[in-house]
Design a protein around this ligand. Structure first.
Ligand code: MTE
Length: 324
């Protein structure tokens, strides 16, 4: 087990992050947010888009106790070999058509069964939180994997702020729907065999609350590139990659297990849980091994993608060959 396993309860966030670093991050965000929120740029008289404002700032974030120390996948691989079906089905489509994703302005709605619903400009949504680097192993259902240094914050911050009501048992997420710009969304909605846009995903509330589950806004020292789910995406490292929904605009607390894009498309192949499990084959291929992008030899896939010590207890008593 390569993950260092210090539990959240053993240390407060302020212990992990020295106060001066914490303050610097807030400075950085405020600066970015100030510009992004529409301050005119001196004599140019132009508003600088939020993403561009953030891009100009150096990000220096120390490692987290939840990070793996395995070698990171190269930036170029992480940003050129992608799944982002809104831009097409090919691995190179997301980078090629990245400009079709319009991220400014960007609003995120939090609603459903919670005490504090809200609608936020993405800058305001991000700015209250200190950002952390989380180096996570990611395993795609198709059999390839990467190690990605994300920059983000724990989803549980948002959930605590929203205060879900007693009846809320799941969190449903929705991505952007913009068929005028996103080539992959044209003429597909509702058509037989097509995908049901927008991309939707869901987590059980305890999975969403787990400290490994983050909202990422950057990778390496960069603002998240469009092809990786700008301006903000979910990252759940113990589940197959498709659970990590990109470019989210809606977070809703619900009572019943929410429909998800891949589960609706092919429920026998893509279950709601989709925990990485080498013992359960995909109906069309084995999940025993994976190819780490940048490596030649295949490696054995680990239960829960190597995060069993952290998350196995979430599924105690569940038959994981049935709840795929
Ligand atoms: N989110 C949206 N909105 N659209 C997508 O097509 N693809 C998923 C997931 N999130 C997808 C998405 C799949 S199948 C994978 S493997 C991961 O994103 C890939 O993330 P990456 O390209 O950043 O590695």
């Amino acid at each position: 087990m390569l993950i260092r396993n210090r539990r959240r309860s053993e240390c407060s966030h302020s212990e992990i992050t020295p106060p001066e670093v914490y303050a610097r991050r807030r400075e950085f965000l405020r600066a970015g947010v100030g510009l992004g929120a529409g301050l005119a740029l001196g004599g140019l008289g132009m508003a600088l888009p939020a993403s561009a404002a953030l891009r100009g700032f150096p990000l220096e974030f120390e490692g987290s106790d939840y990070s793996t120390d395995e070698s990171k996948t190269a930036y170029d691989e992480i940003t050129s070999y992608n799944n982002f079906f809104e831009m097409g089905p090919g691995k190179s489509d997301p980078k090629t058509y990245a400009d079709q994703l319009k991220t400014d302005p960007w609003t995120i709605t939090v609603d459903g069964l919670c005490e504090n619903p809200g609608e936020y400009a993405v800058e305001d949504f991000i700015s209250p939180w200190s950002l952390e680097e989380r180096i996570y192993r990611m395993r795609c259902v198709e059999g390839w994997s990467m190690v990605i240094p994300w920059i983000g914050f724990e989803l549980n911050r948002i959930i605590e702020k929203a205060q879900p009501r007693g009846g809320a048992r799941y969190v449903a997420f929705e991505s952007i729907y913009d068929p005028d710009n996103l080539r992959g969304q044209r003429r597909r909605r509702g058509s037989s065999g097509g995908l049901e846009w927008p991309y939707t995903e869901g987590l059980r509330l305890d999975e969403a609350m787990h400290p490994l589950t983050i909202l990422a806004v950057g990778l390496y020292d960069e603002v998240l590139p469009n092809q990786n789910g700008a301006p903000i995406r979910v990252v759940v490292p113990w589940k197959y990659g498709f659970k990590s929904i990109k470019s989210i605009q809606h977070i809703r607390f619900v009572e019943d297990q929410p429909p998800t894009l891949w589960n609706q498309a092919q429920s026998d192949e893509y279950g709601f849980y989709s925990n990485v499990n080498p013992d359960v084959d995909h109906p069309r291929w084995s999940q025993r091994t994976e190819r780490r992008i940048g490596e030649f030899r295949r490696r054995r896939t680990e239960m829960f993608n190597g995060y069993a010590d952290e998350v196995a207890s979430l599924y105690e008593g569940m038959d994981l060959t049935r709840y795929i």
